[in-house]
Design a binder for this molecule. Structure first.
Ligand SMILES: C[S@@+](CC[C@H](N)C(=O)[O-])C[C@H]1O[C@@H](n2cnc3c(N)ncnc32)[C@H](O)[C@@H]1O
Length: 263
């Protein structure tokens, strides 16, 4: 019998994730999912994400470098990093996400982000030039995580950054979508280690509150009613009255894995 591997765990976790379950259940494309998940941009903003993670990436990067942001989404990293990078390629399969990123770049007069609508690792072969750094944050929506990570590492001339969950899954998510097998950053750390990349790790904590109405919108694809969600949060002491509106307390741990090529 073959031993279970980190890659098996990754696939199992990916297929149990709420995002993949919604996509499969509704028969949506990746782009449709991000288009429909209207609460996403606001949750990111109010959640203080990426916060200190950007400073840590910046501190470990040569100014004036090129960066490939894989699964850039709405630009949580690409937009703030544009000030220190010479050029950023923001790669994402979702046209919707890239449009939101482009709107923000224009509003902030940022002109050194190039958009590329594509999926990783498939897009690796089409890259014209290597880049100094690669970054992938919560964007590894692939069964072939080994190929995703190895192509990312090979493409980066100087180093790479990976961001993924460090703490347990939010109990609210379990309440809404049911128990699910979920890996954390250690899975990625170990696959990278097997590939020959020994990464440094930083764990960053975020504590934030978001309005209950936004939490309810965030979980609108689950089978729980708004009243059930409110009851669960109240019972768990997570509701706080702020400015006359109910807000929900969150605590999230993100892990930043980084690796630098020795010269
Ligand atoms: C949770 S968002 C994260 C966005 C951004 N990296 C951040 O940290 O805010 C995940 C993004 O990964 C993108 N994505 C999904 N599958 C991908 C793939 N195979 N290659 C690259 N990006 C992918 C999605 O379209 C989405 O924009």
């Amino acid at each position: 019998m073959m031993n279970k591997t980190w890659e098996d765990d990754w696939r199992r976790s990916l297929h149990s994730s709420s995002c993949r379950r919604i996509i499969d259940e509704k028969g949506w494309s990746n782009d449709r999912f991000w288009r429909e998940w209207t609460a996403y941009a606001q949750v990111v903003k109010l959640g203080g994400y990426p916060g200190k993670l950007v400073d840590l990436v910046q501190a470990n990067m040569e100014p004036g470098s090129t960066l490939l942001d894989i699964g850039a989404g709405t630009g949580a990293f690409a937009l703030p990093l544009a000030a220190t990078c010479r050029q950023i390629i923001a790669l994402d399969p979702s046209r919707h996400q890239l449009n939101l990123l482009a709107e923000q770049a224009q509003a902030q007069s940022i002109d050194n982000i190039v958009l590329q609508q594509a999926s990783w690792p498939e897009a690796a072969a089409a890259l014209v030039e290597p880049v100094d750094y690669c970054l992938a944050s919560y964007s590894m929506f692939t069964d072939d995580i080994r190929a995703f990570l190895s192509r990312l590492a090979e493409t980066a001339r100087r180093g790479f950054f990976i961001v993924f969950r460090a703490g347990p899954v939010d109990p609210l998510r379990t309440f809404c979508y049911g128990p699910a097998f979920a890996v954390d950053y250690l899975c990625l750390y170990n696959i990278l280690h097997d590939l020959g990349y020994l990464c440094d790790v930083h764990i960053v904590e975020r504590q934030y509150m978001i309005p209950l109405s936004l939490v309810i919108e965030q979980y609108r694809f689950s089978h729980r009613t708004p009243a059930e969600i409110e009851y669960f949060l109240r019972e768990n002491g997570r509701l706080v009255d702020k400015d006359g509106e109910q807000h929900c307390r969150h605590r999230v741990l993100d892990a930043l894995l980084y690796w630098k090529r020795s010269v």
